[in-house]
Design a protein around this ligand. Structure first.
Ligand code: NAD
Length: 360
């Protein structure tokens, strides 16, 4: 039976990088007879323009019916001034929540060819391979109540809520332990348990789950220290598990260790490993339409999709190998370029990966 993949390019550089990722996916589909059927739809600003909302019900239904979703990025200045509840980013939060995609995997891997592109010294980051497991459907981004109220003195006060249930913590902790078990067997749980009630429960539940994973070495770290350790000695980490807000910030920080956010894929999984795959970066309006965006994060998201949703390890390995070969050839988009390398655009980079994959 064929497997359905829904393609949602989104806004800004989304359609540009997605075009390259789809070329790679289609080649892998043919080359390895994967039996994928691709369909396309809109999300974010593009959906606002078409349907008046950032995620139409029919698109959500197609996403539910699909076996996996591949997404570009959403947002842009065109939609920054519209009502908050129907901004492009709301479409993204909604699809993650509605599909129950609570487990966000964000690897920060430094390709040895790009050690010079990192803002840290090569010896601190060379060989870096961290996996950040971020809780994606709970915490402060979804907590209620939230809003702006008026105080007695007439001043406005804004507030958000940071709730976490035992179930939410337990299931993301399990993802963290499961990942650590098949990697370096080290899990660092990041929280702010010295201040936040939600973090105190987080730590308690993570400790409980740890009993089922005696082979994994568990440590805890406050988020402020984790932010510091990530730039001081990042190779101390194997897998980090953390909440939605901390994970958002730490994974962007970790991405810079690798040279560019343009290199980093992500997976968001539900309890059955159905997933949505997307680059970690946004829609980069500053470079949209110029044909210079790095498509590798989206191409590597395809490889994560093959690995985690379809258990196609060989095809996933082949895509990653093709990316590595292209970097060996010295091809670089502007964000990862360094002296001595050949600067290429989005399409040339995609074509080079396709050629490398075809020849494998
Ligand atoms: P961004 O990730 O879009 O861009 C940050 C910087 O990185 C920019 O200088 C951009 O040019 C560069 N960059 C990003 N991706 C790149 C790539 N593939 N190749 C080369 N350079 C790349 O973040 P931002 O500027 O804070 O946000 C821009 C828009 O994207 C906003 O509307 C924001 O809400 C949205 N956004 C969407 C997502 C998502 O769809 N998952 C994530 C973050 C931000």
């Amino acid at each position: 039976m064929s497997k359905q993949i829904l393609i949602l390019p989104g806004d800004g550089i989304g359609p540009e990088i997605m075009a390259e990722a789809v070329k790679v996916l289609e080649l892998a589909n043919d080359k390895y007879s994967l039996g994928f059927e691709l369909s396309h739809d809109v999300i974010g600003g593009a959906a606002i323009d078409k349907h008046g909302v950032p995620l139409a019900d029919e698109t959500l239904a197609r996403a539910r019916a699909a076996d996996a979703v591949l997404l570009g990025a959403v947002g842009g200045p065109k939609w920054d001034t519209i009502e908050r509840d129907i901004r492009p980013e709301r479409g993204l939060l909604k699809i993650r929540a509605q599909l129950g995609l609570f487990g966000n995997l964000r690897p920060a891997i430094l390709y040895p060819q790009l050690a010079e592109a990192s803002s840290l010294k090569a010896e601190i980051v060379a060989g870096l391979d961290i996996l950040i497991v971020r809780e994606l459907t709970g915490g402060i981004y979804f907590g209620a109540p939230r809003g702006v109220r008026e105080l007695e003195n007439g001043e406005r006060q804004a507030y958000d809520t940071l709730p976490y249930s035992e179930t939410e913590i337990r299931r993301i902790a399990r993802v963290g332990f499961d990942m650590a078990r098949v990697r370096g067997k080290k899990l660092c749980s990041v929280d702010k348990a010295n201040v936040l009630a939600s973090s105190q429960l987080w730590r308690e539940i993570v400790e409980q789950v740890a009993k089922d994973y005696p082979e994994v070495e568990l440590s805890h770290m406050y988020v402020d220290n984790a932010a510091m350790q990530l730039v001081r000695a990042p190779k101390q980490f194997d897998v980090i598990v953390t909440d939605n807000l901390f994970g958002d910030i730490l994974s962007d920080e970790a991405s810079m260790l690798t040279g560019s956010i343009g290199m980093l894929p992500s997976a968001s999984l539900d309890a059955n490993n159905k997933g949505m795959y997307e680059p970690c970066h946004g829609s980069a309006p500053d470079i949209a339409g110029k044909g210079i965006a790095n498509p590798l994060a989206t191409i590597l998201s395809v490889s994560m999709m093959l690995r985690y949703s379809f258990n196609l390890q060989d095809a996933a390995d082949a895509i990653e190998k093709a990316v590595s070969l292209v970097l060996d050839q010295g091809l670089r988009t502007g964000d990862i370029w360094s002296a001595g390398c050949t600067k290429v655009g989005t399409q040339e980079m995609g074509d080079a990966v396709v050629a490398a994959l075809r020849n494998l």
